[in-house]
Design a protein around this ligand. Structure first.
Ligand code: G3P
Ligand code: CA
Length: 268
């Protein structure tokens, strides 16, 4: 639905620390969100997947090789898929050494551990349901953990949480299950298709290389499911020039591994 109103003056975009401050600490660990907090960043992003025994864990790839020592600990378990390991097995892994000796012993957090730490740090979260096609029912599971950790109370839902996915069906499902929760679709749909997405997503979150001022304007010309202007959080922007470019388009958020670089580039 077009608003018919002229575009509002650009606000400074929200800076979101991608997988935590992941240029400076191992991605998707508690150390990475603590680092973002110490650097003064309120918003962080993560990736949620599910173990063999149904625990939700924070990890980006669907196998554990790149960001843990799984090959060393479980040499006979190729291809080391997240879904083939129990939570107890994953808890044994070192998710920090690959990044630097200083982070040796960092763990793959469960979603519960992660949410408790985000709360303790007074942070806000763009939670990504990663590869939902591998994990039927992960939307319900995620919402269950969010409810238990206090993240579906009014204040959190209103101000501190976005659930996003590359899977449109997954985003739609979250919206149906909890219409009050803000959602994001990851991708760059054709402008003609944006109204269909705006029925269930409050944000269209596109790669920064795929967008233009016109595309951002087309997003902002629509209203999302909560009757507010559709938003865009763009990713993954690590260079000052790229940050200035997308800020000039009026994006609502910038997701970055280097939040300090983006903050420096778009300030003032
Ligand atoms: O938040 C956007 C971004 O995280 C999506 O890509 O592969 O880093 O999860 P990826
Ligand atoms: Ca992600």
């Amino acid at each position: 639905v077009a608003t018919g109103k002229p575009a509002a003056a650009h606000k400074t975009p929200t800076v979101v620390a991608h997988r935590g401050a992941s240029a400076y600490a191992p991605e998707n660990t508690l150390a990475a969100i603590d680092k973002a907090a110490r650097m003064g960043f309120r918003w962080v992003e993560n990736d949620v997947q599910r173990t063999k025994d149904g625990e939700l864990v924070i990890v980006h790839d669907d196998n554990l090789k790149r960001t843990t020592n799984v090959e060393e600990v479980f040499p006979d378990r190729a291809p080391w898929k997240v879904k083939d390991f129990t939570a107890a097995e994953i808890a044994e892994l070192d998710a920090g050494s690959w990044f630097g000796e200083k982070y040796k012993g960092a763990r793959v957090p469960t979603l519960t551990q992660y949410m408790n730490r985000v709360s303790r740090n007074h942070q806000s979260l763009v939670l990504e349901i990663k590869k939902p096609e591998l994990y039927p029912g992960i939307e319900q599971d995620t919402l269950r953990v969010l409810r238990k950790t206090g993240w579906l109370d009014r204040n959190h839902v209103k101000n501190k949480l976005v659930i996003q996915s590359f899977g449109a069906d997954s985003v739609k499902k979250v919206h149906e299950l909890r219409p009050d929760v803000k959602t994001g679709f990851l991708g760059t749909p054709a402008v003609a298709d944006l109204p269909a997405y705006a029925k269930f997503a409050d944000q269209i979150n596109s790669t920064h290389t795929s967008i233009s001022a016109d595309y951002v304007a087309a997003i902002h010309a629509l209203k999302g499911p909560h009757g507010k202007r559709l938003e865009i959080f763009t990713w993954t922007v690590d260079e000052a020039a790229a940050a200035q470019r997308v800020a000039g388009f009026g994006v609502n958020g910038i997701i970055t591994n280097k939040p300090d670089v983006v903050r420096g580039a778009i300030r003032g």
